[in-house]
Design a protein around this ligand. Structure first.
Ligand SMILES: O=C(CO)[C@@H](O)[C@H](O)COP(=O)(O)O
Ligand SMILES: [Fe+2]
Length: 227
């Protein structure tokens, strides 16, 4: 079952609660936390996540593009996030951190920037509930999808199948009506979409349409046979 997670980064920050409610029916609300160190952009932090979690019934999928996630990630669980993603490039102790996120009651997820390969992290996969493959350089919404990431999505799906894991495979960056099917065919099952949802006249309809396209592509994909 394909999941669509609208990214609040493309919403109007002066009306966050309203914008969160505009995508009710989405599986998760994707919240991009940027610290202007790990990426050259600054967004929001723990107090805003706390308020958002009270303002919407949609669970929060927090994507931490920050340094020192070992210190900060647990605070996002306490603030109400249902899923917390840290970047492996920034984490000092990714296994310990994933275990701590899970122990606090959230789904633990690890992200890879475009130039970070999956292979060195094969043994970590059982510690995770989701793996995020960035399909743009992290930092900004509205960038063009990097189709050179498709082989990495494919290889990651093969590793997940090889180990018989339930792990979700998320793609983030440039996901739209014209790229979602290729991501689904390659093996992704969770799709973050910022500009493709909040740039649409009807964001909730955009979510439904992306989900339909992803599910159609998944149904005919070799990786999903018997999934
Ligand atoms: O993490 C990020 C960017 O760093 C993303 O979540 C973007 O916010 C996705 O926006 P679009 O590429 O879909 O416009
Ligand atoms: Fe993101």
């Amino acid at each position: 079952m394909a999941q669509i997670n609208p990214s609040i980064l493309s919403a109007d920050f002066s009306r966050l609660a309203e914008e969160a409610r505009a995508v009710e029916g989405a599986d998760w609300l994707h919240v991009d936390v940027m610290d202007n160190h790990f990426v050259p952009n600054l967004t929001l932090g723990v107090p805003v996540v706390e308020s958002l979690s009270r303002a919407t019934g949609t669970p929060l999928d927090c994507h931490l593009m920050i340094e020192d996630p070992d210190r900060w990630a647990p605070q996002y669980v306490e603030a109400g996030a249902g899923s917390v993603t840290f970047h492996v490039e920034a984490a000092a102790a990714p296994v310990r951190l994933a275990r701590e996120i899970r122990a606090k009651g959230a789904r633990a997820s690890m992200a890879l920037k475009p130039a970070t390969p999956i292979e060195p992290f094969e043994d970590l996969l059982p510690e995770l509930d989701m793996l995020l493959i960035m399909t743009v350089e992290p930092g900004f919404g509205g960038q063009a999808f990097l189709d050179i990431m498709l082989p990495k999505i494919r290889r990651t799906r093969e590793l997940i199948s090889k180990h018989g894991l339930e792990l979700w495979l998320q793609v983030d960056g440039g996901v739209s009506a014209s790229t979602v099917e290729r991501c689904a065919e390659a093996g992704a099952d969770v799709f973050v979409a910022g500009s493709a949802v909040y740039g649409a006249n009807d964001p909730a309809a955009a979510v439904r349409s992306l989900r339909e396209s992803a599910e159609r592509a998944t149904a005919s994909a070799a990786w999903a046979c018997g999934h």
